[in-house]
Design a protein. Structure first.
Length: 385
C-alpha cells in the first residue's frame, strides 16, 4: 500500500500531526499498537499543562473545540516557592494574557485526537499493528508490519515515544541522562479553593507541583529521588494525603485522594539529529526533559505543528521526504527544545544540593526575578509562545 507519509505512533504528538494534514493532498498511514483506553470513571491521573501556543495548534486542527469544557481548567496564577524564603509569582493578569495555561487530562486529549483522525478522509489507521522492518531507500520508505502488510511512502515519522523503534532502526543517536528520580502523580480533592493557581515547591526531597483541576480538585506531581518515590507509593491513602498536604504547607487544607498514585522515571534525552533522509522524529521520540517546567507535551505539539507547516508549505511537486525540507523543521525546533532542556536541567541541579550558600543564592534569584516585573513578564510571554 502506497502513502505519502507514514506516522508510527498515535500518541498526542503523532495523532495531532496526522490531524494537521486534514485539508492537504497528503495521504497518511497512522500505525499504532493499541487504541486509546476508554474514559475512566473519575479523573485521569496523567495531567498536562497546555500552553496557549499548543492550545492554538489543537484549535487549528479542530480538536480543542470538541474537548469537554467542564474538564478544562485555566491557570491564572503560578506560585513558586524555593527551599528557604524564595518566592516567584507569575500572573496572567499582570502579563496581559487571558491565562497562563490550561490543565487537561492526557486521556481526554488522546481520545479526541483519535476520533479526529478516524473521521479524516486522507488517514488510514493501522491498529492494532506493530512495525517489524524499516527500509529507507533513495526515493521511498518501506515499513513492514508483523501482520505481513507492507506500507510504502516518501516519508516516515517516528512519533513512538522516548524508546522509539523508528529512531533505533534509523540508528539516530539518543543521549540520555537518568536523574535517579521518579515523578509520583495522583489527584486529590482539597478542602480549600485553589482559585485557579498552580503551586510549585522546590524542596530538599524534590519538586512538588499542585495543578488546579475543576472544582476543589488538584493534580499532584512530585518529582523526587527513587527511594522517596517508593516510600510515597507504599503509603496508604490517608498517610499519602497527609504527607502531600504537609509538604505543601497545608496550603489547600486537607486532601482526599481521587486516584491511586502512579510513578514514572525521569530523564533528559537529547537527540542530536531528529531528521535523516526520508525520516523525521517528533515528540518524546525527539527529546525528553525534566517535568518541572511542565512543557514536555507542549514541545511535542509544537514539533507536530512545525513539521506539518513545513511540509504544507512545500509546492505540490516537491518531495516531502527531501532532507533539505526536513532540515528546515529541525532548525526551527532546535533553539526552543535546547533552551527548555537546559533550563529545566539547570534548575534541577541548582535546587538539588543542600549547601547553605547555594540555597541562599538560588532563593535570592527567585526573589530578584519576582521583584523585576519586566523580567518576570518576559519569561511568561516566552513560555506562552
Amino acid at each position: 500500500m502506497r502513502f505519502d507519509i507514514i506516522i508510527v505512533g498515535s500518541g498526542l504528538a503523532g495523532a495531532s500531526l496526522a490531524a494537521a494534514f486534514k485539508s492537504s493532498h497528503y495521504s497518511i498511514a497512522l500505525v499504532e499498537g493499541r487504541p486509546p483506553a476508554p474514559a475512566p470513571a473519575g479523573w485521569d491521573s496523567r495531567i498536562y499543562a497546555i500552553s496557549p501556543s499548543a492550545q492554538g495548534f489543537l484549535r487549528e486542527i479542530g480538536a480543542w473545540q470538541h474537548l469537554d469544557a467542564e474538564r478544562l481548567t485555566p491557570v491564572y496564577d503560578m506560585d513558586i516557592r524555593g527551599d528557604a524564603d524564595g518566592r516567584l509569582i507569575f500572573s496572567a493578569y499582570d502579563s496581559g494574557v487571558d491565562q497562563l495555561a490550561w490543565i487537561v487530562e492526557s486521556g481526554l486529549m488522546q481520545r479526541e485526537l483519535w476520533e479526529t483522525v478516524k473521521r479524516q478522509g486522507n488517514v488510514t489507521l493501522f491498529c492494532p499493528a506493530q512495525p517489524q522492518r524499516l527500509e529507507i531507500r533513495a526515493d521511498t520508505v518501506s515499513l513492514g508490519l508483523t501482520s505481513g502488510e507492507t506500507l510504502e511512502a516518501t516519508l516516515v515519522v517516528g512519533a513512538d515515544g522516548a524508546d522509539s523503534w523508528v529512531r533505533a532502526q534509523a540508528r539516530l543517536q539518543a543521549d540520555t541522562l537518568l536523574y535517579g528520580e521518579m515523578g509520583v502523580v495522583a489527584n486529590f480533592e482539597c478542602e480549600k479553593p485553589h482559585h485557579n493557581t498552580a503551586f510549585q515547591w522546590f524542596r530538599a526531597d524534590g519538586v512538588l507541583a499542585w495543578l488546579p483541576l475543576t472544582g476543589n480538585r488538584i493534580s499532584v506531581v512530585w518529582s523526587t529521588p527513587e527511594a522517596h518515590a517508593r516510600e510515597l507509593l507504599a503509603l496508604d491513602e490517608g498517610a499519602l494525603s497527609q504527607r502531600i498536604a504537609g509538604a505543601g504547607a497545608n496550603r489547600l487544607g486537607a486532601l482526599r485522594p481521587l486516584t491511586p498514585p502512579t510513578a514514572f522515571p525521569l530523564r533528559m534525552m537529547q537527540v542530536p539529529r531528529i531528521v535523516a533522509p526520508r525520516l523525521a522524529l517528533v515528540g518524546d521520540a525527539a527529546h525528553a526533559l525534566h517535568p518541572l517546567s511542565g512543557h514536555g507535551i507542549n514541545l511535542g505539539f509544537l514539533d507536530a505543528r512545525t513539521l506539518a507547516h513545513t511540509l504544507l508549505d512545500l509546492p505540490a511537486h516537491r518531495d516531502c521526504g527531501d532532507e533539505r525540507a526536513l532540515r528546515r523543521y529541525a532548525r526551527a525546533r532546535a533553539e526552543e527544545v535546547a533552551l527548555l532542556q537546559w533550563a529545566t536541567h539547570g534548575l534541577q541541579r541548582l535546587f538539588r544540593p543542600q549547601h547553605p550558600a547555594l540555597a541562599a543564592f538560588r532563593n535570592l534569584g527567585l526573589n530578584l526575578t519576582d521583584s523585576l516585573p519586566v523580567v518576570r513578564n518576559t519569561l511568561v510571554r516566552y513560555a506562552l509562545g
